[in-house]
Design a protein around this ligand. Sequence first.
Ligand SMILES: [Fe+2]
Length: 456
Amino acid sequence: MNKNSPSELTQTESVYLSAAKDANRTNLYCLAVLASLAVISTIFNLIGIFSIQRAVMYPSMMVCFTTFVLPIAIYLINDKAMKRDSVLQKKWFRNVIITCAFVGIGFICVTLSFHATILLAIPPLMAAQYRYRKKLFFVVFILTLVLVPVSIYGSFFFGTPDRNFIKGMLTEEESLILANRLKIATPKRMLDLFTHYTLPIQLGILAVLVLVRMIIFRNGKMIETQIALSEKVREEMEQKNEIHDKILNVLVNLIETRDVNTGEHVTRTKKLVGMIARALQKEDKYKSVLTDETVIRMENAAPLHDVGKIVVSDTILLKPAKLTADEFDKMKIHTTKGGELLDRLFSDMYDEEFLQTAKDIARYHHERWDGKGYPNGLSGEEIPLCARIMAIADVYDALISSRVYKPPLSAEEAFDIMLSDSGTHFDPDIMRVVVTIKDDLFALANNSADRRNISA
Ligand SMILES: [Fe+2]
């Protein structure tokens, strides 16, 4: 009576998946922002607002655009990536994304400002925390240690505008400083630049990274706790479902032992319900109603269709002859009592949809399409679909089974009777589909252990 279909994700997988999806999406946004900044800085450089040396700008620009555009394009054209985590689960692609992010950060670091680098490095770091926490942190740390000096010395040699880089904002004095920078560096200048400029900045960066690492660590712990909790809840649910299934099996066995029908009836009707429902799934009319979950629910609820017989006395239930009108009236209450019993016994145990299906089947499986059935005299599509399917399975199986008051019919004879009752007893639309699986119904009848002596 497992309510999860095999294709359904476990709670833990869902938690991982949604965390990973969030991280991937943020990564993508970060790449897009970096790419936009690269475009803006390129345009500014081309129209001469930035005073970046073009010999530096162009090669890095080419590398940068290629590496930005490639992962975004792959990500966007693969529609699966936004639905499932399939693309980013591929190691090579993950590495491309990380590499591109850092090439981008490096580019901005060299061409714009290391302050921008730090600000832009934080979002990808935060986004990637769910997947590659430790590795990423150390890679960023090492790269930053390398990139910041590169930026500083790059400014020194190539005159990259670190501050006041917009030409119009430069004072005469600043222009002189800039011009001075363009002169060949001496070791003394390099050391000064490192001790007074690079070192304090790198210490500041280190502090920021430690802070980011702390946030990442904390968030990671929160996700792990969430996953552990959902695991626990899932285990508890499974245990609960197992107990419920055992109780249900006891109940079904109890009905079987009291009834004149054999256990084969329960097994066969369950199979028949499944076969009919699956055949209906192929029809446009039922496609949206009969999902895989609904069919499994119907199959699992089918063995409970006669649960109400528990309140019918043995003299009626085990009578080796046809019932009198009075006895038949008493037998009829097994439908309403079945519904009530399921409600009373299982309302806290099973999910609402399963319980509703089981109750509908128990209560309405003796209703007829023409409204002459019992207990409510419902007609047509007023009768729940699961009960209309159950009615076909129940009657077909009764016809092909032997009873103390009647011999079994052959599968063909039974099927002919069923067909003649289409539109009166049974839903004609469902019967039309049942005809298409006639061979399967015959095979089921002829392969059953209690019917092997009956020629088809
Ligand atoms: Fe029944």
